[in-house]
Design a protein around this ligand. Structure first.
Ligand code: ACO
Length: 336
């Protein structure tokens, strides 16, 4: 049996730090409400000269350097993101160009929202040849989507990126499980500017455009809709189920796993499942106090923190669990 293993990691945290108190200046909220309801204290937003691609490139450069792998050896690039700079070319193709990665290898983006990085691990396992090396990136610039007149969503999200170089090796244990339920897509939805109208409507001159009954209004802005309480209920259930699924597949009880790295959406979601299972606080890694919810970047950013702090000794076993819009959820068991 062959499995993928992380052999290098990198990250890129944008320059602008926005605290809960900063948000209080632009909307009716309080530092205390945000901290106690979510666990978030601050988040990072891209500033001048920063974009999704610049973050992805920085994270990838560090990951490749820390892996010691020559970039000519990378044979697959995948980026998990819901906020690419361009619909085409993909973020992965742009990273391939900017880092001079080999031509002719597969490179593409995937959208599975906050489960994206875990979906990506599973794809790397499926696509990478024995002994091959892949670059897997999780990157988001969610600040671009935020509507600061909606305090129930604007306080939750942040920007960031992290990347991993993976190698497929004989004898490495890797398990994964992917899931989605499109029937519940309306619980969390972000519509892109001008993407929701029929093509001919987009092409029509401005003065002739009108919003007919039942058609979505095109404001030229992203719109986030989230039913927070329903998403909360979904998230605790998905996290619990995925934990049980990984225990079943790997044969490792959660009590014996070294770390559980979950999507960093809300401290209360993590606490709920931790208490339900009677697991110790230190088993659930968290950094959402510093970064907020960074969707596809949140799990690799957490892995990067553990990696750079020297907490991923050879043999360390980790469950990664993502859940998010779609709805999607996914789990993976990694061995370091
Ligand atoms: N500041 C102050 N008050 C606020 C704010 C704010 N930023 N936002 C909402 N409120 C108010 C509401 O207006 C409401 O006031 P009311 O009682 O007078 O009507 C009150 O706070 C309670 O609102 P709720 O929405 O019930 O608050 P809740 O405790 O559910 O917390 C939250 C909201 C944090 C969004 C929570 O539901 C949650 O975390 N849900 C899960 C969201 C999530 O994890 N999403 C991401 C996962 S999917 C993904 O990452 C793509």
């Amino acid at each position: 049996m062959s499995g993928i293993q992380i052999i290098g990691m990198g990250h890129a945290v944008p320059s602008v730090c926005v605290t809960n108190t900063d948000l209080k200046k632009v909307m009716e909220t309080s530092e205390e409400w945000i901290r106690t309801r979510t666990g978030i204290c601050e988040r990072r937003f891209c500033g001048e000269g920063e974009s999704l691609v610049t973050l992805a490139v920085r994270a990838s450069e560090e990951a490749i350097a820390s892996s010691g792998v020559r970039k000519e050896k990378i044979c697959l690039v995948i980026t998990a993101t819901v906020t690419p700079d361009y619909q085409v070319p993909s973020t992965s193709c742009l990273v391939q160009e900017k880092l001079g990665l080999p031509s002719g290898i597969p490179a593409f983006d995937l959208n599975a929202a906050c489960s994206g990085f875990v979906y990506g691990l599973s794809l790397v396992q499926a696509l990478l040849p024995e002994n091959g090396f892949a670059l897997l990136i999780g990157a988001e610039q969610l600040s671009r989507m935020l509507d600061f007149s909606d305090r129930s969503t604007a306080v939750l999200f942040g920007d960031g990126a992290a990347a991993a170089v993976l190698q497929k090796k004989a004898g490495v244990v890797f398990y994964s499980h992917l899931a989605a339920d499109g029937n519940r897509n309306a619980l969390w939805a972000a519509s892109a500017p001008a993407n929701r109208l029929p093509a001919w409507k987009n092409a029509a001159p401005q003065e002739e455009e009108e919003t007919a009954g039942g058609e979505p209004e095109d404001t030229g802005k992203y719109k986030i809709h989230m039913d927070g309480r329903a998403v909360f209920r979904f998230a605790v259930r998905a996290l619990s189920e995925e934990l049980r699924e990984l225990e079943k597949q790997s044969g490792i009880p959660a009590e014996e796993i070294d770390q559980i790295v979950c999507h960093q959406a809300n401290q209360r979601i993590l606490d709920y499942v931790r208490k339900e299972r009677g697991l110790p606080e230190e088993k659930f890694y968290r950094n959402l106090d510093r970064y907020g919810n960074t969707s596809g970047a949140s799990i690799p950013l957490a892995l990067y923190d553990l990696w750079s702090a020297g907490n991923l000794e050879p043999g360390t076993r980790i469950f990664c669990i993502g859940f998010g819009a779609g709805l999607t959820w996914a789990g993976a068991c990694l061995t370091f």
